[in-house]
Design a binder for this molecule. Structure first.
Ligand SMILES: Cc1cc2nc3c(=O)[nH]c(=O)nc-3n(C[C@H](O)[C@H](O)[C@H](O)COP(=O)(O)OP(=O)(O)OC[C@H]3O[C@@H](n4cnc5c(N)ncnc54)[C@H](O)[C@@H]3O)c2cc1C
Length: 378
């Protein structure tokens, strides 16, 4: 059987798009390489904008019922750990693990009528909009679809086969994370808060998730990891020695059994909404700096933005050219400014002097800090 839409990747963007299209009456297949549920490297901070998207998908009540933590204020320390900027968030955010969230959205797509297969890695895509596509999996199966969507995240095997130009550019960031349990609750992360602690060459974000554990997520220049002999444990120790506020928090918590979840070659480079006829959503189209904590909101929103034009094309109301143009235009309008400010914030976060100056400026003029937080989100 042929599908109207085949979606490569069953993360947030892929599952959300599958749900929207299946609800619109399209025959949808979503293919996810991992076996779900599975953890994912992420700060696990769901910005306030995520709430609307989760409500639209019909899963907000499930997320709350699963124990998502309400987060109402943010604290950013200066690299030396002495000064800090604190602000109420524009609206409540949530702390929720990706292990639960990804599985919940994947199941939601299935409930909406999509065929959703995990443990299925896509190896290649061939075809064009208007003529149809063939999608080949690692186990040799082939599926036919009128449209194919790339929702496979920051970097994937298809980027190579689609010859996407961003692959030729530097991807100079590494990231890792783990969950921690409080051993001294009075000194661990206070409930209702998210914290960001910069150190030379990187920063660490702390947020509590539904289990009551704190997700600690480090992102740093590859050079910072190399300076620590390539060992995440050593780099974490180094970050603690450079930011006493972070050291204070971490000394009141102990890591849960898991080792670090790690990734390399993280890039914030500009990508594109279409490559070789494949329509890109979520991080596959472009990722905002993790410091902004808005990547999940953007992934879910980009699925909403793609669903309308795709639906119009599949129903024969719009041409292929209109589908491309309308999605590309909506994507740029929604995200261009946010991405640019996010890169700026990220670069400041990596430079100790600049990060200190920004924290000091935000402390001196709190409305400036609040304005900046607002501009980096929808
Ligand atoms: C260090 C770090 C911290 C972050 N912290 C936050 C935060 O606190 N808050 C926030 O909002 N955002 C954060 N982000 C960003 C956020 O994680 C992403 O923006 C979000 O996950 C994007 O969702 P997605 O669906 O586009 O991609 P993903 O969540 O990456 O999903 C892609 C899916 O595709 C699957 N896949 C890949 N290749 C294939 C293939 N060939 N075949 C089949 N399936 C495939 C993958 O297994 C994956 O499940 C962070 C990012 C980083 C790097």
């Amino acid at each position: 059987m042929g599908y109207d839409a085949i979606i490569v990747g069953g993360g947030l963007a892929g599952s959300a798009l599958a749900t929207h299209l299946a609800r619109g009456g399209q025959r949808v297949l979503v293919l996810e390489k991992r076996r779900l549920p599975a953890g994912k490297l992420c700060g696990e901070f769901l910005s306030p904008e995520v709430t609307d998207s989760l409500r639209g998908l019909g899963v907000l009540a499930d997320v709350r019922a699963a124990g998502a933590q309400r987060i109402e204020h943010a604290r950013i320390t200066a690299p030396g750990g002495g000064e800090a900027f604190e602000s109420a968030l524009p609206a409540p955010a949530l702390g929720f693990s990706r292990r639960r969230l990804d599985a919940l959205l994947f199941e939601n797509a299935r409930t909406a009528g999509a065929d959703a297969c995990d443990q299925t890695k896509v190896r290649a895509v061939e075809g064009r909009i208007g003529e149809g596509f063939s999608v080949k999996t690692a186990s040799g199966d082939r599926f036919a679809g009128r449209l194919v969507f790339g929702a496979y995240g920051r970097r994937g095997v298809l980027d190579r086969t689609l010859e996407r130009p961003f692959l030729d550019e530097d991807a100079p960031l590494v990231a890792f994370k783990a969950h921690y349990a409080a051993t001294q609750p009075a000194r661990a992360l206070p409930p209702g808060g998210i914290e960001v602690h910069p150190f030379p060459g990187g920063y660490c974000g702390l947020a509590t998730v539904e289990t009551g554990h704190v997700n600690a997520c480090w992102i740093a220049r590859t050079s910072a990891l190399k300076g620590a002999g390539g060992d995440p444990e050593a780099m974490v120790e180094e970050s603690l020695s450079q930011n006493p506020a972070l050291a204070g928090r971490m000394s009141a918590m102990e890591r849960r059994g898991e080792s670090f979840k790690a990734t390399s070659q993280v890039t914030l480079r500009t990508k594109s909404c279409f490559s070789g006829g494949v329509c890109m959503v979520g991080d596959t189209a472009g990722m905002i700096a993790p410091l902004c904590g808005d990547g999940m909101a953007m992934a879910l929103r980009s699925a909403e933005l793609a669903a309308g034009p795709a639906q119009a094309f599949l129903d024969g109301r719009r041409s292929a050219a209109e589908f491309r143009r309308n999605y590309r235009r909506a994507w740029r309008r929604a995200f261009r400014t946010r991405l640019a400010l996010g890169r700026l914030a990220h670069r400041s976060g990596l430079r100790p002097l600049l990060a200190s100056a920004v924290v000091r400026a935000f402390r001196w003029a709190p409305p400036l800090g609040r304005w900046f937080i607002r501009q980096t989100r929808g």
